[in-house]
Design a protein around this ligand. Structure first.
Ligand code: G3H
Ligand code: 13P
Ligand code: ZN
Length: 312
């Protein structure tokens, strides 16, 4: 199957009460680990590229690697998505260069400016066969070079979503309900709890419309423990409980973004390997288990969080 947009994926996910995983990709091993898991489980998947990933790996390398993954996994739909596009020019460049989906994240701008910029991206995207994710509300945490302190985040205001979606024509909407970017989502000792009341109110006001959750890594404690055991230091790293994500997936949430859990799987694997094999220096030796760790983590998400196995 060629690289596709998210339209059909989201329609089926909404109706079926599950979500599609959107995993951030930065290199070949990450792309292989994710798509091998999705391919074996016959799950739709979204591969997403941030501005930072594009600066790191180069647009063309990433597109060609994703095309290779689609070639190797012809039975599953794969979407190629720009994560957190911050300008019309960046979104246009990705659409022109083969992405099927872009996010324009103007959520830090005033409401009217967010609408105007999102509308401009939607018009260009729809004229070129691509789809657009937009955002209302602000998550805490770190994304690219923007840091939002905990307590300074703003939950999405449900009373704004209908006007925003109808005026922009966006295809999906990221909302803020208590998720946050990075590996330190909650203060140790506090109880992680998503605002399902906000999600349900948005869903009521936008029937049938796909909602997106950013900052949705669970920060599995076995990865954190392994990192800390083998020379790392990540005290107090905490994520979103998987049961809450699985609950959101049954509601209007059709796309769940996961990046930090990939980073943790890779880092835990590499730290352990290096500690246990101090004489090894062939990168294939330590990248192979690292890639397998990504695959295992994605397999777990598909089966136990997203519910999208067999939905390709
Ligand atoms: O939300 C941001 C993603 O985790 C991407 O992170 O900008 O460091 O590539 P990045
Ligand atoms: P995490 O940091 O929770 O993995 O969030 C990733 C994300 O939202 C990418 O846009
Ligand atoms: Zn994000």
């Amino acid at each position: 199957m060629a690289i596709v947009t998210t339209t059909e994926m989201f329609r089926k996910a909404y109706e079926g009460g599950y979500a599609v995983g959107a995993f951030n990709v930065n290199n070949m091993e990450i792309i292989q680990g994710i798509t091998e898991a999705a391919g074996e489980l016959k799950a739709p998947v979204i591969l997403q590229v941030s501005k930072g990933a594009r600066a790191y790996a180069n647009h063309t390398y990433l597109v060609k690697l994703v095309e290779a993954a689609a070639h190797e996994n012809p039975d599953i739909p794969i979407a190629l998505h720009l994560d957190h596009g911050d300008s019309f020019e960046l979104c246009k460049s990705c659409i022109d260069g083969g992405f099927t989906s872009v996010m324009i994240d103007a959520s830090s701008k005033p409401f009217a400016e967010n609408i105007a910029l999102t509308r401009k991206v939607v018009e260009y995207a729809h004229d070129h066969g691509a789809v657009v994710e937009a955002e209302l509300g602000t998550l805490a945490g770190v994304e690219d070079d923007v840091v939002v302190e905990h307590g300074a985040e703003m939950f999405t205001r449900p009373e704004e979503v209908e006007e925003f979606v109808s005026k922009t024509g966006c295809d999906s909407l990221a909302i803020a309900i208590g998720t946050s970017h990075g590996a330190y989502k909650f203060k140790p000792g506090t109880k992680p709890q998503l605002r399902f009341d906000v999600l349900e109110e948005c869903q009521k006001r936008l029937p049938g419309f796909p909602i997106v959750l950013h900052g949705a890594s669970s920060v599995p404690q076995n990865f954190v423990e392994e990192i800390n055991r083998f020379g790392g230091s990540m005290p107090g790293a905490i994520g979103i409980p998987e049961e809450q994500l699985a609950q959101a997936a049954q509601l209007a949430v059709c796309k769940i973004n996961i990046d930090s859990d990939i980073r943790l799987a890779l880092t835990a694997s590499v730290r352990k390997y290096m500690a246990e094999h101090p004489d090894h220096f062939d990168p294939r030796q330590w990248l192979k288990p690292a890639r397998a760790a990504v695959k295992e983590m994605v397999t777990h998400k598909i089966l136990h969080v997203l519910g999208c196995a067999g939905k390709a």
